[in-house]
Design a protein around this ligand. Structure first.
Ligand code: ACO
Length: 372
């Protein structure tokens, strides 16, 4: 079989009004708004509203949404119990199990109507940070921290991760990171969410598919791989040799390359700045400096550009977040985009069922019993 055949490169699988990527110019727009205008100017909650309902909220709509999200943050007791009982595992494995289990407790579990699904989109977006923070605390042998209704999504998430008041610069950076990761058209995890939704399976089934798909190192798992690589390199002056040897051995370097962007991913441009500022604030730009050196070396050797995962690694590290939780943070943001796509899929549904080119043996008959 031809290796690497497929991948649905450049195949248009659906119409969507949610997100546009200009891969040549390196632009990303959410419902017409350029990400570079949104980041730092609107909150993650406003982006959620934009993705789900088509427009930015006015102040009344935003206040109401914030209230609904804050009210939905508390996890059912059965879910917290489940998290305590799960065997030690990669957080993304535990997260997909927990997201699936959340569906069992959802008050509108068996209602797949549009209003119920909109409420589920809000609920799941409110619950994802609670799940991730509880998993992080339990993995450190600490108790989960109750959410605070007076804080926004980014600040409350950091509060639940740490059990203390987060610094304003970190809240600002987390909010921006959540805005930047919220949606990205028909990436692998969003596509899997839409394929699941297209069977008319429920929202929790679709989001569980998406969480499972996000984990892989070719997709959202790349930010954790980047951090492990930076630690392994250890110093900026060692980056060029590392890159050279890795490329010579035919290895992929996480955080570089993209199926759609043929230039720099605009999210990487913003995250590069954040990584630098947060590193400086934390007292060390070591991992920012190594990342810069890797970037220079890989561009010289192979003309590859950074993607979103390159600088999110050193950004989250500078916030004091454990590497295993980088990809779960991606899910904390992307659940907004996944659920917006699921809502759009339900609204214009047709089963997604492509074909495979059959390249196996021709039709044949069972040999006689004696010859087997
Ligand atoms: N390191 C080294 N070479 C690379 C890289 C990389 N990161 N990315 C692409 N290339 C090379 C390939 O080896 C190939 O070279 P060749 O033509 O000489 O054989 C060429 O660029 C095309 O690469 P493909 O793998 O065919 O590109 P594809 O579109 O299938 O894959 C992907 C895109 C998976 C993102 C790829 O660039 C990759 O593996 N990157 C590293 C993992 C990563 O960072 N993933 C996160 C992506 S962003 C996200 O999902 C959130």
């Amino acid at each position: 079989m031809a290796e690497g055949k497929g991948g649905l490169e450049d195949v248009v699988a659906c119409d969507s009004e949610i997100c546009f990527i200009d891969g040549k110019q390196g632009r990303l727009l959410y419902r017409g708004y350029d990400i570079t205008e949104l980041a730092g100017h609107v909150s993650f909650e406003e982006v959620c509203y934009l993705l789900w309902y088509g427009d930015l909220p006015n102040s009344g709509q935003l206040k109401e949404l914030r209230g609904r999200l804050a009210a939905a943050r508390v996890l059912p007791a059965g879910i917290v119990q489940l998290l305590r009982e799960l065997p030690p595992a990669r957080p993304m494995m535990s997260l997909r199990t927990a997201v699936s289990a959340l569906g069992l407790y959802d008050p509108e579990r068996d209602d797949n109507s549009l209003p119920a699904c909109q409420r589920k989109a809000e609920r799941m977006t409110a619950q994802m940070p609670s799940l991730v923070a509880a998993l992080a605390r339990l993995s450190e042998g600490k108790e989960p921290v109750a959410p605070r209704a007076d804080l926004g999504e980014a600040a409350n998430f950091l509060h639940m991760m740490r059990g203390s008041d987060p610094e304003p610069l970190q809240v600002e950076a987390m909010d921006m990171a959540l805005v930047l990761h919220a949606d990205h058209e028909l990436n692998a995890s969003t596509f899997s969410a839409r394929v699941t939704a297209a069977t008319l399976a429920d929202m929790h089934a679709a989001i569980t598919s998406a969480v499972g798909t996000l984990e892989g190192p070719l997709h959202g798992g790349a930010n954790e791989e980047v951090m492990r690589m930076l630690v392994k390199i250890g110093a900026p002056e060692k980056a060029a040799a590392f890159v050279h040897d890795a490329l010579a051995a035919g290895q992929k370097i996480s955080g570089f390359g993209h199926r759609v962007y043929k230039t720099e991913d605009p999210r990487a441009t913003i995250l590069r700045r954040m990584s630098h500022d947060l590193g400086e604030r934390a007292g060390s730009t070591l991992y920012y400096d190594i990342t810069r050196a890797v970037e220079k070396a890989i561009f010289e050797e192979k003309k590859l550009y950074p993607n979103v995962d390159l600088y999110s690694a050193s950004t989250y590290h500078a916030m004091g977040i454990a590497t295993d939780f980088f990809t779960p943070i991606f899910a904390v943001s992307r659940v907004s985009g996944w659920s917006a796509h699921v809502l759009e899929q339900y609204a214009h549904n047709r089963l997604i069922r492509p074909r495979a080119e059959y390249v196996g043996p021709g039709a044949r008959h069972l040999p006689a019993q004696a010859a087997r």
